[in-house]
Design a protein around this ligand. Structure first.
Ligand SMILES: Cc1cc2nc3c(=O)[nH]c(=O)nc-3n(C[C@H](O)[C@H](O)[C@H](O)COP(=O)(O)O)c2cc1C
Length: 199
């Protein structure tokens, strides 16, 4: 049994926006089926078209396919709470970002901002393809760099689980009730005309 991972039916925006934004969410239930290379390439293609300062494109995605050569190395980085549901992922990825501009070696103060745009492109594309795409900070950040040979001039940003949607029954019980699209703060709590409001 699979579930439809699109959440737009259960999320009502306060102002009119495209469904692509409310459809994307972060389920944990995945089927354990593998992903094809063609699917993964489509996801990375979406990431490719993200904007970046000076078009530096500082993002890099290191990935492992389920049951393939690098799977264990990626899976072992995850904290136990994330391993509990990521065991059914079709792929795991580490997002890393280049700290300096390639043209002149100067620090790029917005490289993580740009890598965030790339991840979001990938997540939106995956959601539209009916896949689960779920970012994670819950992994061993110290081990990630040596385990995956991330060079010093790159920052480790986040990990991502990607997979086909699956039944909630595959999840540990405490995670089943979390398997629902989350709400958001209203726009007026984070968008201000003029200066930052007094606190
Ligand atoms: C950078 C980042 C790190 C996250 N880390 C985790 C994590 O370690 N484990 C987890 O289950 N979810 C994690 N999440 C998922 C968030 O909890 C989720 O995106 C947030 O609650 C909003 O819900 P939605 O994505 O379903 O809209 C993370 C999301 C982001 C963007």
């Amino acid at each position: 049994m699979t579930v439809n991972p699109k959440a737009g039916d259960r999320r009502k925006p306060d102002h009119a926006i495209e469904r692509i934004f409310t459809d994307r969410w972060s389920p944990r239930a995945m089927s354990g089926e593998p992903l094809t290379d063609a699917e993964l390439l489509r996801l990375f293609e979406a990431a490719r078209w993200a904007p970046s300062s000076y078009n530096e494109q500082p993002w890099r995605f290191l990935y492992a396919k389920r049951a393939a050569a690098h799977w264990e190395a990626f899976f072992n980085l995850l904290l136990p709470a994330n391993q509990a549901w990521c065991r059914n992922a079709g792929a795991l990825a580490l997002v890393v970002s280049k700290r300096t501009f390639s043209q002149n070696g100067k620090p790029n103060g917005v490289h993580v901002f740009d890598a965030g745009s790339a991840w979001q492109n990938l997540a939106l594309q995956g959601s539209q393809m009916g896949l689960v795409v779920h970012a994670m900070a819950g992994f061993d950040w110290d081990k990630a760099r040596p385990a995956l040979a991330v060079p010093e001039d790159f920052s480790v940003c986040a990990m991502i689980a990607i997979g086909r949607p699956g039944s909630e029954s595959v999840l540990p019980e405490e995670m089943r009730k979390m398997e629902t699209p989350s709400p958001r703060k209203p726009v007026r709590e984070f968008a201000f005309e003029g200066k930052f409001p007094a606190r």
